[in-house]
Design a protein around this ligand. Structure first.
Ligand code: 13P
Ligand code: SF4
Length: 308
């Protein structure tokens, strides 16, 4: 027997690094990705930050570690580049709650009412929207429109949060995030009782009852920034548990308590290091959006990026 067996995880990350260089690729990862995927990414962020980064990259190929609507957004903004998602089944159930046909039907019932589409929608639904928004800019996007009434879809919780911050009339859609729905008020209260000095930050996809118990309501990128500058040494966190990896890594002196370990997004967790390596090796799975949809969907995303 000679030598020590190599660590297979290190071999895998080395392989990804080699392939990334050969393919002139950039790896973008959402804040909910597995820790080891975040750690090999060139950039980690929230939906808005990733959309902005997707327009700035100079690479030939973008490997998008997130869910399909995020990779689709990157493709819409980069029609000339190859955008790969390592697992094409990494969908977002909230997107499925607003099928394009149902959105067209609702629009017909509301003539003249503009549609604000959360980026958690398919390209076909973005094509029906006047403008997109993310959890980081939803209130500002709504305020930027001249209209007094608008249809907000698909997340009723984010829409409800926006309604609290605008005098406009927000017509809600019956969609939600199953992962954030698992964050319960009794879990927040139990943690607050156990850690009375801790601050509470939650994502606006949480229910209004959970939001009522929070000190801060922020996008995942907003939580990263707030945790960095907050005076609190202990923070109770109400969002998908993947965010805890980055919070701990960037704030080793602070303690983070996830409200619920059940709030995990199975679709985000479909992306593994192995699949990232295979994506680079075999150029799989390329995102394609039919041009007649892409042109209209792109307009709604670009309008958001130009506005906020
Ligand atoms: P962020 O844009 O805040 O990262 O949220 C994306 C998402 O899917 C939340 O569930
Ligand atoms: Fe969709 Fe919720 Fe997963 Fe975000 S956490 S990708 S909204 S299912």
């Amino acid at each position: 027997m000679t030598g020590v067996a190599a660590d297979p995880r290190i071999e895998l990350t080395d392989r990804i690094a080699r392939l990334r260089e050969q393919r002139k690729a950039v790896i973008l990862a959402h804040n909910y990705q597995l820790g080891e995927v975040q750690d090999i990414a060139d950039f980690v962020g929230d939906s808005l930050e990733l959309s902005r980064r997707a327009v700035e990259v100079e690479a030939d190929t973008i490997v998008f570690c997130g869910v399909t609507f995020m990779a689709e957004t990157a493709k819409l903004l980069n029609p000339e580049r190859t955008v790969l998602i390592p697992d094409p089944l990494a969908g977002c159930p909230m997107c499925e709650m607003a099928p394009a046909e149902a959105v067209r039907k609702r629009k017909a019932e509301l003539p003249g009412v503009p549609v604000v589409a959360y980026v958690n929608t398919t390209a076909a639904v973005k094509a029906e929207a006047d403008i997109c928004c993310t959890s980081a800019n939803a209130v500002e996007v709504v305020e930027s429109l001249p209209d007094r009434r608008l249809l907000f879809l698909p997340d009723k919780n984010l829409g409800h949060w926006v309604q609290r911050h605008t005098s406009k009339e927000i017509i809600l859609w019956e969609g939600h995030c199953p992962t954030h729905q698992r964050i319960m008020t009794q879990d927040v209260m139990r943690l607050k009782a156990r850690h009375p000095k801790a601050a509470v930050m939650v994502h606006p996809e949480c229910t209004p009852e959970v939001i009522d118990l929070a000190d801060q309501v922020l996008s995942t990128g907003g939580m990263i920034r707030w945790a960095r500058r907050a005076d609190a040494d202990e923070i109770i966190v109400g969002t998908e548990v993947g965010l805890i990896h980055r919070l701990k890594k960037e704030n080793p002196d602070k303690t983070f308590h996830p409200i619920s370990m059940l709030s995990t997004c199975p679709n985000m967790k479909r992306i593994t290091l192995e699949k990232v390596a295979w994506a680079l090796e075999d150029e799989q799975y390329p995102i394609e959006v039919p041009e007649e949809i892409a042109a209209r969907a792109r307009r709604a995303i670009e309008r958001m990026l130009e506005t906020i």
